[in-house]
Design a protein around this ligand. Sequence first.
Ligand code: ADP
Ligand code: SF4
Length: 691
Amino acid sequence: MARDPRYDILFEPIRMGPVTAKNRFFQVPHCNGMGMSFPSAMIAMRRIKAEGGWAVVCTEETDIHPTGDMSPLVEGRLWDDRDIPVFARMNEGIHLHGALAGIELTHTGPRDACLYSREAPLSVAHVPVYAGDYPVQARAMDRTDIRNLRRWHRDAALRAKRAGFDVVYIYCHAGSSLAGDFLSRRRNDRGDEYGGSLENRVRLTRELLEDTRDAVGHTCAVVLRYVVDDQIGPDGKADMEESRHIVEMLAEVPDVWDVNVREWRRDSMPSRFGPEGSQEEFIGFVKKLTSKPVVGVGRFTSPDTMVSQVKRGIIDFIGAARPSIADPFLPKKIEEGRIDDIRECIGCNMCVSSDFTMVPMRCTQNPTMGEEWRKGWHPEIIAPRKSDERVLIVGAGPAGLECARSLGNRGYEVVLAEGRDDLGGRVLQESRLPGLAAWRRVRDYRVQQVQRMPNVETYLESKLSAADIRDYGFPKVVLATGGTWRRDGIGRYRATPVPGLDQVSVFGPEDVFAGVSIPGPVVIYDDDRYYLGGVLAEQLRLKGLEVTLVTPASDVSNWSHATLEQGWAEERLYDLGVAIIEKHGLVAAGKGAVTIEHGGSGRQCSLPCASLLFVTMRLPNDALYHDLQADPARLEAAGIKSVLRIGDCFAPSTIAAAVYSGHRCAREMDEPPGGDVPFKRELIALEQAGS
Ligand code: ADP
Ligand code: SF4
């Protein structure tokens, strides 16, 4: 298909100092949980981005010296020459596809505690380190330290060049890099030529940029990543006037400006709390002050939004982390006029969680993310079918839909039977809750894909029994029948049912999905600890009910710290007037009240409660599986050779896990078993004995 001429502008080459990007698609630095710990995985992931058409593919933040050691975070590392080969291999792959390779060099100063290197962290002033409440302080840098920092940056830039990079970053973000902390009026209290006046505070950033240009600027573009609302005024609010002055002062110094906003939770705004393109109001001024190209992000997945931002002079480059994770082939698909094939990011930030959990990144929309090397999974290529056996998939939630899509791509004849009157399972239901509309994309992308496949037939309102499945007589049966929330309080905190449940009205999330009338006051007991308890509280409160959310966790929606949603969620619940009780478990239910206890002290109190809504854990809907397996002779007589369970029907988990499970089932259909360790591992090479 031909590209829509409206999008031609996105494919214009852009000059960046000594190099030229082939189009406007710029994969900005992003963490991935692979970095220096799983380098082969990281390399394969970046190479695929280049293959997918991104003009620039960057590393994650990369530390340049042991005094800026980001451990235990898994990021990039360029301390000495021995770190070059990993990047050289990555860049070879990136260049193969005509893309430019970028590296984000940084010294994070007091953000990190140098837990691996055990060096004393460096800082603009004496301060406790910012991350993780570690009992570690960073020490104020003297002039020698500053000279050393400049040398380390310069050496790192030279190494980057030797590794084949075309684009070298200086990172300027207060709280996340020394350059940013020096720039910050709030953090910089120095009395020397690096503190006080704005000119002095800008000095270090300017020097780092000039040193980098001097070292590698004739072959590499020098990028300044600048957080535009970092400058905090005396009133505690962003001082955009000062930010403006900074951009004016450095306007022509870098070859490219990569601009974004303060705090990761705002920069990677979850879709629950902000729309596509939400940074525009903050970054919009930068392009007016410089002749250099500007990169900006905003979870851009719509080519129309991208074009609009370029045409209105907000940005020159479509910066993307999450959209490039959800769909590494996003540029190619726009270029080839395949807009419907774009797998749009849903803004759930499951990818971000991998930075905190320090394991290879996963993505709700893209099940191949992080599996490119260890399982050899390509986001756009899948092996043709190995048999003619037809497959019956029961249940069209994220697992069933993804399995149908991928088996369909392999060429299998597939029947997808869904009991309800629409496809999508839990995703469809949850996407109707406040803030979760974008999550529907998990369903929409797959439905739209399978509906175009002549070899995939979909049946609605087809709730199948074991007898129905036997009647179909397909050799392969895949059960994707989901899970059901418990309604007895058992979860992490309790291993036995809550006593007294016969005296109170008990509900589960399915009742809210179904619009069942729930009388207040409502107590939501959230021992699931991710998003759903908080979202249901929001929903019921918006209906005017009195809602108390009780959780044994230390924070409401505790796990959503990892997805950068927690702070926003807590704020929203407080604003709505939901009462939040943390660190408490549910002990008993009675007439009109429940008893809760403080997890640490065991102190008890009671709460008024007409309705008790449990969000604790789910059980798999696997009755069909057991029915079928109970009679192997009839199964065989029906010609059914295998019955597999996927997604929540096998083990209830996240939507990302369900999609992954459906994809894996399709990849492994008719393949030999993968062995006890079903993927390639990266093992650390031992040094020579005695060395
Ligand atoms: P997952 O996250 O594992 O994909 P979901 O709960 O989202 O699971 O989806 C399961 C889907 O399976 C639901 O849409 C449900 O209606 C459907 N389903 C459950 N049992 C049957 C059945 N016996 N026949 C057909 N569809 C079923
Ligand atoms: Fe987008 Fe979620 Fe995938 Fe991250 S995990 S790229 S937020 S869909």
